[in-house]
Design a protein around this ligand. Structure first.
Ligand code: 13P
Length: 246
């Protein structure tokens, strides 16, 4: 059985007080062991938020792939590990777009994280012009081949994949369930080709991009959609809890 996961990516939102309050409100929710809930707050808040909560796994939006040293403004996996943070996001389209994280850079970060024993949500997804010219499968496959598919099957088990079409992120324009399921099924078929049926069936693939309390249930009902990576709708307890329960 694949893990069902709902992860909130808070991006660069919320001050510490707001983050603490929101975490507390979300923790009041009732959900069963069939779903795992993750939150990715601002890096500096991780240590402050980590102590108080039991039900939610906190992860880091970013890290630098080196042990330590002169990398002003960056955070190391060891620094995160001391705070009990094991999960990291890699490949988010905003990191690709604003911080020039190419497929090659992402491969380096991924390898570093995997060898340190971290667990990874690896994001992929195409921009609008690629969707419109019909080459979205090729584009996403290339992202995965250049950054992810060199891992062996045991290493892949440390990875969750998130498909986030860029044209759906923060736009209110969700991929239709057909568009999302079709891409997820493709990703699963590539995993089957590379790693075999059992490994492919064990890897969770999340959908992200304007997923909200109105559309989550329909998306999560698709056979290859194992949960969501949620931006805007994770910033309000009631909508995020509705998504978790979906
Ligand atoms: P939105 O849910 O705000 O579209 O953001 C999705 C996202 O980028 C999550 O990582």
């Amino acid at each position: 059985m694949r893990k069902r996961i709902v992860a909130g990516n808070w991006k660069m939102n919320l001050n510490l007080l707001q983050a603490k309050q929101l975490l507390e409100e979300i923790e009041k929710g009732n959900w069963g062991s069939e779903v795992e809930v993750f939150l990715f707050p601002s890096l500096f808040q991780l240590g402050h938020l980590q102590g108080t909560n039991q039900k939610i796994t906190l992860g880091a939006q970013n890290f630098y792939p080196a042990e330590k040293g002169a990398f002003t403004g960056e955070v190391a996996l060891d620094q995160l590990a001391v705070e009990g943070i094991q999960w990291v996001l890699i490949g988010h389209s905003e990191r690709r777009q604003y911080f020039n994280e190419t497929n090659a850079v992402l491969k380096t970060k991924l390898d570093y994280a995997i060898h340190q024993g971290s667990k990874v949500i690896f994001c992929c997804g195409e921009p609008l012009e690629i969707r419109e010219n019909g080459s979205h499968f090729k584009f996403v496959k290339n992202q995965l081949e250049e950054s992810l598919f060199h891992l062996n099957a045991a290493e892949m088990k440390q990875v969750v994949i998130a498909y986030e079409p860029i044209w759906a992120i923060g736009t209110g324009k969700t991929a239709s369930t057909e568009q999302a399921e079709e891409m997820h099924a493709e990703i699963r078929s590539w995993l089957t080709e590379k790693y075999g049926h059992d490994t492919a069936e064990s890897i969770s693939i999340l959908y992200g991009g304007s997923c909200n309390d109105q559309n989550a249930q329909e998306l999560f009902a698709c056979p290859n959609i194992d949960g969501g990576l949620i931006g805007g709708a994770s910033l309000k307890a009631d909508s995020f809890l509705t998504i978790i329960n979906a």
